[in-house]
Design a protein around this ligand. Structure first.
Ligand SMILES: *[C@@H]1O[C@H](CO)[C@@H](O)[C@H](O)[C@H]1NC(C)=O
Ligand SMILES: *[C@@H]1O[C@H](CO)[C@@H](O)[C@H](O)[C@H]1NC(C)=O
Ligand SMILES: *[C@@H]1O[C@H](CO)[C@@H](O)[C@H](O)[C@H]1NC(C)=O
Ligand SMILES: *[C@@H]1O[C@H](CO)[C@@H](O)[C@H](O)[C@H]1NC(C)=O
Length: 541
């Protein structure tokens, strides 16, 4: 009798604990994705696309802040493959970042399971293949992270939302391998032939109801060109940029550079008819344009030309607009503390790194370099080499903190050593005539300034040290500089790369090693049990 009561109580306690445990743990979302080649014909001509579960673009991840995401990726291509999660911070776990500096690629006909958390994140992100030039032909998709129910966002919750992935497209190349061959042969890629929205050219329609408001999440998942986005007859209220709630300014059109994402809210207040949604390229000759339709439910009136106009080459226009994208200092972030409570402008910078991009020739072939080093992936991922102290993979002296103008470029595996919690200023100096786009994995950064010409220390007087936006990808205008502040609070080895894929593929990238002397699960998780090993890295016995 006593025993039975004891057992009942015990079961009761266990049940309580169990309920507590489930509630305490954040929800899981699991996906199984099979990556294959498949024929797609965005322009009527068959080309070899890269599909996920048969789809181009790949399926969207619709998550909520703090969700745990599990993606079992089955690689049915004939080449090693990895996906990276653009803007997902991967707190304490570079192991899931999906770039060749942190992960061995998933061999053909095998699978690997990513596990990561959308810890304290909210907003508009995406994923794409980080290997080769796979992403030019697909494998990308949306990652949308909604706020938890207990968190308020600083704008009226729209009545609906749409996700638009804008990509550029090459009609003249039958597959990513043809594109890759051209780069391997030492040549630059031509200007793309077209833009697509969610894999379609001029053929998609988004339906909303008059009087309602909609959120458009727009990402530039292209490989080459900046775009301008606009909707005929409607203003765009910018509400979020790569996970940061910004000042809600209204724009007729907005520039989105390669790798960047924004969310805009649009009120459907126009006469009920159809309107053009337009994406066009910036700074290219010719200018490429693609459209979709914003359809007022019930209307039968087709959209009318002309398309709304947009800036074309105007660089100054873009730089001015970029400066208006600022943080709303009183708004919530993913956690209910004001974003502005972190006074980034008053923290002491411990180090300044100036990174200059250049185009060069090595062994008579086109390469791109950063501070004179054109990055080449070692076969052993940097992160594995670092963790297991494998010598001979990288050298922390390969790249210098400032460029040496005029020095000839060479190949190397650039890793910049930094200490956990270092507060660093990085200046991107672009002496070339094309716009650059730089992305950092693992952390967002404050974009404190854009300017033309050569950066000098006294330009700091003009930095925005009050309400700069945080984001993960920053553009650098032709013959200009952009400056960021970043608090390196995420231990790991993080990719800092050109989001313009030809440049990245041919060497315009490096890694930041964020570390300290102490190995602790509070600052960094252990090697995942399913980690792949390659190169000099062998599974520990
Ligand atoms: C591959 O998929 C199977 C299930 O389909 C799973 O059990 C296994 O853990 C996956 N392998 C890796 C390395 O993630
Ligand atoms: C900033 O955020 C506050 C708080 O949510 C909101 O009420 C306000 O409208 C926002 N202001 C702008 C200009 O975005
Ligand atoms: C694509 O091929 C056509 C026909 O061969 C050629 O006229 C055109 O210039 C090419 N376009 C690009 C962007 O290379
Ligand atoms: C960039 O150009 C300026 C002006 O010509 C020059 O002074 C500077 O050294 C250049 N920087 C690099 C890294 O080449």
């Amino acid at each position: 009798m006593k025993g039975a009561i004891f057992l009942e109580i015990l079961i009761g306690i266990l049940a309580c604990l169990c309920v507590f445990w489930v509630n305490a743990e954040d929800p899981y979302r699991s996906y199984t994705w099979t990556v294959t080649y498949g024929t797609i014909s965005p322009f009527g001509v068959p080309q070899q696309g890269i599909l996920i579960n048969g789809q181009f673009p790949g399926p969207a991840i619709e998550a909520v802040t703090n969700d745990n995401i599990i993606v079992n990726l089955i690689n049915k291509l004939d080449e090693p493959f990895l996906i990276t999660w653009n803007g997902v911070k991967q707190r304490r776990t570079t192991w899931q970042d999906g770039v060749l500096g942190t992960n061995c690629p998933i061999p053909p006909n095998s699978n690997w399971t990513y596990k990561f958390q959308m810890k304290d994140q909210i907003g508009t992100f995406n994923y794409f293949p980080s290997t080769k030039v796979h992403r030019a032909f697909g494998g990308f998709g949306a990652v949308n992270v909604a706020q938890r129910s207990v968190i308020s966002v600083p704008y009226h919750i729209p009545d609906g939302e749409f996700t638009l992935l804008v990509s550029d497209w090459f009609k003249n190349f039958s597959s990513h391998k043809a594109l890759q061959k051209r780069l391997e042969d030492g040549y630059s890629l031509p200007v793309p032939d077209a833009l697509l929205i969610n894999g379609h050219h001029n053929s998609l329609s988004f339906t909303g109801q008059k009087g309602k408001t909609y959120k458009f999440r727009v990402s530039n998942v292209g490989i080459a060109t900046s775009i301008n986005f606009r909707i005929q007859g409607h203003t765009l209220t910018l509400v979020e940029v790569e996970g940061a709630h910004c000042l809600q300014e209204s724009y007729e059109s907005i520039d989105i550079h390669v790798g960047q994402s924004v969310a805009v809210v649009v009120a459907m207040h126009g006469p009920p008819k159809d309107y053009y949604i337009v994406a066009s390229t910036r700074f290219t000759k010719p200018i490429l344009t693609t459209t979709a339709i914003l359809h007022y439910d019930g209307s039968n009136t087709p959209p009318s030309l002309p398309l709304p106009i947009a800036p074309t080459y105007h660089i100054h226009w873009s730089m001015k607009q970029a400066r208006t994208i600022r943080t709303n200092l009183t708004a919530n972030a993913a956690r209910p503390n004001p974003q502005g409570s972190f006074h980034y402008g008053t923290i002491k910078v411990v180090r300044t790194i100036v990174l200059a991009n250049s185009a060069t020739k090595i062994n008579n072939k086109l390469r791109y370099a950063v501070n004179g080093i054109s990055y080449v992936n070692p076969i052993t991922p940097l992160k594995l080499a670092d963790w297991f102290n494998i010598p001979g993979v990288f050298d922390l002296n390969t790249i210098k903190d400032t460029p040496t103008p005029g020095a000839p470029a060479k190949l190397g595996a650039s890793v910049i050593p930094t200490t956990l919690h270092d507060y660093v200023e990085i200046v991107f100096q672009n002496n070339e005539t094309s716009v650059q786009s730089w992305h950092l994995d693992g952390s967002s950064f404050y974009v404190v300034g854009y300017g033309s010409g050569t950066w000098t220390a006294d330009i700091r007087k003009r930095y925005n040290l009050n309400d700069a936006i945080t984001r993960h990808t920053v553009q650098v205008y032709p013959q200009s500089w952009s400056a960021i502040y970043v608090s390196l609070d995420n231990k790991g080895v993080w990719n800092l790369r050109s989001a313009i894929w030809e440049r990245r593929y041919l060497g315009q990238e490096l890694y930041l090693r964020v570390s300290n002397d102490e190995r602790s699960l509070f600052t960094e998780t252990d090697v995942p049990p399913n980690a792949l090993f390659c190169g000099k890295a062998k599974r520990p016995q």
